[in-house]
Design a protein around this ligand. Structure first.
Ligand SMILES: [Zn+2]
Ligand SMILES: [Zn+2]
Length: 287
């Protein structure tokens, strides 16, 4: 299996619009192993559409507990449980992960218990492990090290950028964050840096439209997310080989285009830039 990054969902926020993108999730394939990073709505559909099979789902990493990153975590685990022979899925996430999974399993206990009795399925509760992590190395084996860096995404304290490092490649996911220069150091010389972006001009217009229902949205955007220009600054300082942008606010097609994002990022970054879209596959070459 070729090493690659596959973007499943590329919009910021949990809201869906007709014909739009899915919220954030992606898969990283390294040395034949599949690692899913975040599990926003649509992750299961996109996992299958990208050509993966349920038995390949072995590791899931959640960056933080905003719903556009975890809303379908339960659904993904559940669908894998009914879709493949019993196998273990290792789930990593910040504090709150165990509660999230436990409550999901409880909410589906009627169906789960029926299927165990009626279809002879292995108990789902024995088909996964949950590890709550903090900053630092959160996973390590002979082929891969995964390290977490706390970023700034108020009001959430436990939001973490994740670095996946093998003997030959370094891939960093910035999670959701405001402009955070330590992230550039964390992602120094990365082969791929995946970073969120907010287009301030377009976002401001959306906030005016939503003023009645979400009067504090503009303040949240400014405090918790990174402008296109600052995304370019982080990527330049990190000297990453490729910058992949995702988690678009507003989503592309909603008062803003991919070109608008690219132009704004290009004011501060001259390296290789990919504007993400759902199901975009980015090959990862071993050095
Ligand atoms: Zn988000
Ligand atoms: Zn968030």
């Amino acid at each position: 299996m070729n090493d690659r990054l596959v973007l499943f969902g590329t919009k910021g926020g949990p809201r869906l619009i007709k014909g739009g993108s899915w919220p954030t999730s992606q898969a990283l394939v390294l040395n034949g192993n599949v690692y899913v990073i975040d599990a926003g709505l649509g992750v299961t559909r996109q996992f299958i559409e990208a050509g993966f099979t349920y038995d390949q789902l072995e590791s899931i990493f959640i960056t933080h507990h905003h719903s556009d990153h975890n809303l379908e975590l339960g659904g993904l685990i559940y669908t894998s449980w009914v879709g493949a022979p019993a196998h273990k899925i290792n789930i990593f996430g910040p504090s709150g992960l165990k509660k999230l999974i436990t409550h999901f399993i409880e909410s589906q206990s009627f169906d789960i218990n029926i299927r165990i009795l009626d279809e002879g399925l292995h108990d789902i509760r024995e088909c996964f492990s949950c590890a709550e992590y903090d900053q630092g190395v959160i996973f390590e084996d002979d082929k891969l090290k995964v390290e977490a860096l706390r970023v700034q995404h108020p009001p959430i304290d436990d939001c973490f950028a994740l670095k996946f490092e093998t003997a030959s490649v370094k891939i960093v996911f910035g999670a959701d964050t405001t402009y955070f220069p330590p992230l550039a150091e964390f992602a120094k010389d990365a082969d791929i840096l995946v970073h969120e972006a907010i287009h301030l001009g377009a976002a401001q217009k959306i906030c005016v439209l939503l003023q009645e229902t979400k009067p504090k949205l503009w303040a949240h955007f400014q405090a918790s997310h990174t402008s296109c220009e600052d995304v370019g600054r982080i990527a330049s300082a990190a000297n990453c080989k490729t910058l992949v942008v995702n988690h678009f606010v507003p989503e592309i097609g909603f008062n803003v285009t991919a070109d608008d994002f690219e132009k704004a990022i290009r004011t501060t970054f001259t390296g290789k830039l990919l504007i993400g879209k759902d199901l975009l596959t980015i090959p990862i070459a071993s050095n």
